[in-house]
Design a protein. Structure first.
Ligand SMILES: Cc1cc2nc3c(=O)[nH]c(=O)nc-3n(C[C@H](O)[C@H](O)[C@H](O)COP(=O)(O)OP(=O)(O)OC[C@H]3O[C@@H](n4cnc5c(N)ncnc54)[C@H](O)[C@@H]3O)c2cc1C
Length: 418
């Protein structure tokens, strides 16, 4: 678009990719800065999408293809924005990249991982298993390029990976880099983090192996996950027969997240279908305050609740304890409809934790308005830097795609105005 400045997109999840593709496809240059070694964000970690129960990889693949084939999109992975100065139409941005230690000659042959002697917790699988220090983040990763975790790698003292790599793809001396860019507008699409379930002391997460969170459940069910898609409980790898989902785990609670994340009910309903798909005899229980399935998603709720092996119980579970012998979990609370006491024993508990904006912990290094919870407030007074997707409010993918398209338009307006 002539001498028009580029648009910087921070975060390469569904929102960032959408803003980037929409702006690029109408002729604007965009640069994506992503802190992970891959693009796709948290959607890449989901097993299926509600309401269609299709694999998210289809939609992601289309976005990766559009990103790859656009000469107007460039991206940095393992990168974060350190500094921003300037104003709408003319920002100077400093970006810091971490070394990947593997260059783009990598063919994804896995030889480096085979010989690597060091293991690390697998963050893609929320710590449910391990990878080698040299690893591919996940099977469909984009870019399809291995990475070495510099915080655990033994470096040149080991270098077994360098010896076996036939493509000179490994450089253990790679250094962090600083890049400066001049851009006309910035879209902040840094997304969300799961609420820290360790803070929910009465639910025993981190203390009882079989209490997991909803994001971990996505990985447990995924065919490319730690159990190859079998729902095996962490304590003994036993196939689960009774699973309880606890809604509003930390949400709508002044002591934790005061707001409703809007998608957790749908995520648990979806995950109850995973339980039944994987083991037709299994039973699922959803303990809820009220089910929030808005708009057209009501149909999904109506369909899922017909399952006779799913029990929906209106209740706030007060306490979870573990039977030390079996590692089963005992749930206690009150059925708020019948007034009866609940005491149920299950194999595994899934806490439906909510979404916290990434900006609750890492702020934009520029003047940006936030609400009480750390979500970015984008309004007309604040021209030039725009939030997109879950950094503004919790939402499903359809919602963030719409929002990110709007953010791309506002960024384009900022670039054109100057
Ligand atoms: C359990 C669960 C199940 C769900 N299931 C569904 C479903 O079935 N269907 C559906 O429609 N929605 C679902 N969702 C919601 C869906 O995950 C979100 O709508 C989606 O992830 C939002 O995308 P995003 O790009 O805004 O954020 P993210 O996916 O969080 O992407 C943000 C990206 O920004 C990067 N980033 C963060 N900070 C920085 C930084 N400082 N610098 C550079 N990069 C940064 C991150 O690494 C990430 O790649 C589910 C959510 C949960 C919790």
């Amino acid at each position: 678009m002539g001498d028009k400045k580029s648009i910087l997109i921070v975060g390469g999840g569904m929102s960032g990719l959408t803003s980037a593709i929409e702006a690029a496809e109408v002729g604007f240059d965009v640069v994506i800065v992503e802190k992970n070694p891959y693009l796709g964000g948290r959607v890449a970690q989901l097993y299926q999408y509600f309401p269609k129960l299709c694999p998210p990889n289809c939609g992601l693949e289309i976005n990766f293809k559009r990103t790859k084939s656009s000469p107007r999109i460039s991206f940095y992975t393992l990168a974060e924005v350190e500094q921003i100065s300037g104003e709408e139409g003319n920002y100077q941005v400093t970006i810091k990249t971490k070394p990947r230690f593997i260059n783009d000659q990598c063919t994804g042959c896995n030889k480096c991982a085979e010989v690597c002697p060091v293991e690390r917790s697998n963050d893609f699988n929320y710590g449910l298993d391990k990878t080698k220090a040299a690893y591919l983040p996940y099977a469909m990763a984009f870019p399809m390029q291995y990475v070495i975790d510099g915080s655990v790698c033994h470096g040149k003292a080991c270098a077994k990976c360098v010896e076996v790599c036939n493509y000179q793809a490994i450089d253990l001396e790679m250094q962090p880099e600083t890049i400066t860019l001049n851009v006309g507008a910035i879209v902040w699409a840094a997304g969300w983090n799961p609420y820290d379930a360790v803070k929910l002391e009465n639910y025993g997460f981190g203390q009882y192996a079989n209490v997991i969170t909803n994001v971990m459940m996505e990985r447990l069910c995924a065919d490319n996950g730690p159990t190859q898609g079998k729902i095996l409980r962490p304590s003994d790898q036993k196939e689960v027969e009774k699973v309880a989902f606890i809604q509003c785990a930390g949400s709508r609670d002044e002591n934790h997240l005061a707001y409703c994340s809007g998608i957790c009910c749908l995520a648990s309903l979806k995950q109850s279908t995973y339980v039944r798909e994987k083991n037709p005899n299994a039973q699922a229980f959803i303990y809820f305050i009220d089910i929030r399935a808005q708009g057209k998603l009501e149909d999904f709720f109506v369909k899922v609740k017909q399952d006779e092996k799913l029990s929906l119980v209106k209740s706030k579970i007060a306490l979870i304890t573990e039977d030390p012998a079996t590692k089963n979990l005992i749930l206690e609370g009150e059925d708020t409809q019948s007034g009866e006491r609940i005491r149920e024993t299950v194999d595994m508990v899934v806490l439906a934790t909510g979404m916290e904006p990434a900006t609750a912990t890492v702020k934009v290094p520029a003047e940006v308005a936030y609400d009480d919870y750390g979500f970015i407030v984008s309004d007309q007074d604040q021209k030039g830097i725009y939030g997109a997707g879950c950094i503004k409010r919790p939402a499903d993918v359809a919602g963030v795609v719409q929002d990110a398209t709007g953010a791309a338009l506002r960024a384009i307006q900022s670039v054109v105005r100057r």
